[in-house]
Design a protein around this ligand. Structure first.
Ligand code: MRU
Length: 362
């Protein structure tokens, strides 16, 4: 995506400087800062501290993390296994991390020590390209959903999204935002309702910033507003991302997604989930029971980051002794999902339809 007339991804390898670079998402929308990941520990830290976040980006960062571990460290296969497990422990819910590291390990464990660094590097570059290409294809497949509403209603299409499933979360394009960007580029009038997404406000801070940069009209809403808008005909469709979708189509995504799906169902509003195949956990069924849900520090709930003067500061919303719960994700059962938008097309959120698109996983 273009920022200040320059093309950026949310992670990339700079061939000239020979550096792995990321955008520090903790500072947006107030400051745009690019930082370098130099080591395996840097990659692990960037994922756990949410310097980078979003399922596909976590996976790409872990892939580069494995390369950075192997770089100049004369890794044995045992070192490589330890590094892979360390990266996989960074965050539990987004399955992309596990899938991508496991796929890389399958290949790397067949290499000699001398080959590890170069092989890990080329695999990480492949992962980055694969995820970005998939997001673009998700946009192509999702575009007709928006176009059809536009043609039928002959007015601006109102789309609700939750959290940030945009290019920041994916390398480029985004998942939920990809059809929106493609529609906007095609001249279709769209407007996005952006859930603020407490407690970390990825919607208010990241999705709003992204849409602003791209010139897509949007409005940030408090998280509990969506149901009201749906009741009053102000939402044509909802599109969200996913961190892990089970073989039978249950969808884990940012906490609060389930409530939006319930409201959409009650109001007969299409509720789509956009995701690459690296987000599908083909080995898991029954998401409510089995998907590991990350619990993060209570301070993310007790405090809110704000810009005060020129500084980004944490402000207390309640005393630090207040008991709070901070579940980072929830699971929307497949029955509430109108369809999954993937890089191979749109399918129903059922095992049969998912496996029809991905027959190699049968
Ligand atoms: O905690 P985060 O910010 O990593 O959560 C991100 C989300 O829940 C996104 O909706 C999801 O990863 C899909 S990203 C394309």
């Amino acid at each position: 995506m273009i920022i200040n007339n320059k093309q950026y991804q949310s992670i990339w390898y700079d061939d000239i400087e020979k550096k792995v670079l990321i955008i520090d998402q903790r500072l947006l929308p107030f400051e745009f800062k690019v930082i370098e990941l130099k080591t395996l520990d840097d990659a692990h830290w960037a994922i756990t501290d949410m310097v980078v976040r979003g399922a596909p980006l976590i996976g790409i960062t872990a892939a580069y993390g494995l390369y950075l571990g192997a770089k100049n460290n004369n890794y044995s296969q045992k070192d490589l296994l330890l590094a892979a497990n360390f990266l996989k422990s960074a965050r539990p819910t987004a399955v992309n991390l596990e899938t991508i590291i496991n796929n890389m390990m399958e290949q790397l464990l067949q290499k000699s020590s001398d080959e590890l660094e170069n092989s890990a590097f080329s695999l990480a570059k492949d992962v980055e390209k694969f995820e970005v290409d998939n997001c673009s294809k998700i946009g192509d497949f999702g575009l007709p959903l928006i176009e059809n509403v536009y043609k039928t209603k002959n007015r601006t299409v109102n789309i609700l999204t939750h959290c940030n499933a945009g290019w920041l979360a994916c390398g480029d394009w985004g998942t939920a935002t990809s059809p929106i960007y493609k529609a906007h580029q095609k001249g279709i009038s769209v407007h996005v309702w952006v859930d603020e997404t407490r407690p970390r406000n990825q919607g208010a801070r990241l999705t709003a910033w992204e849409l602003e940069q791209a010139g897509v009209p949007y409005t940030v809403i408090p998280d509990n507003t969506g149901g009201h808008l749906m009741q009053h005909g102000k939402v044509d469709l909802a599109i969200v991302g996913s961190d892990r979708t089970t073989r039978n189509g249950d969808v884990a995504n940012k906490i609060g997604t389930y409530l939006k799906a319930l409201a959409a169902h009650d109001n007969k509003i299409p509720f789509y989930v956009a995701l690459p195949s690296t987000t599908i956990d083909f080995a898991m069924v029954d998401g409510v029971k089995n998907i590991p849900i990350e619990e993060r520090s209570g301070n993310e709930v007790r405090e809110m980051e704000c810009k005060v003067g020129h500084e980004i500061k944490s402000a207390k919303l309640m005393p630090e002794t207040t008991p709070v719960a901070n579940y980072a994700f929830d699971v929307t059962p497949a029955r509430l999902v109108s369809g999954l938008i993937t890089e191979r097309g749109i399918c129903k959120a059922t095992e049969k339809d998912i496996l029809n698109l991905f027959p190699e996983k049968k």
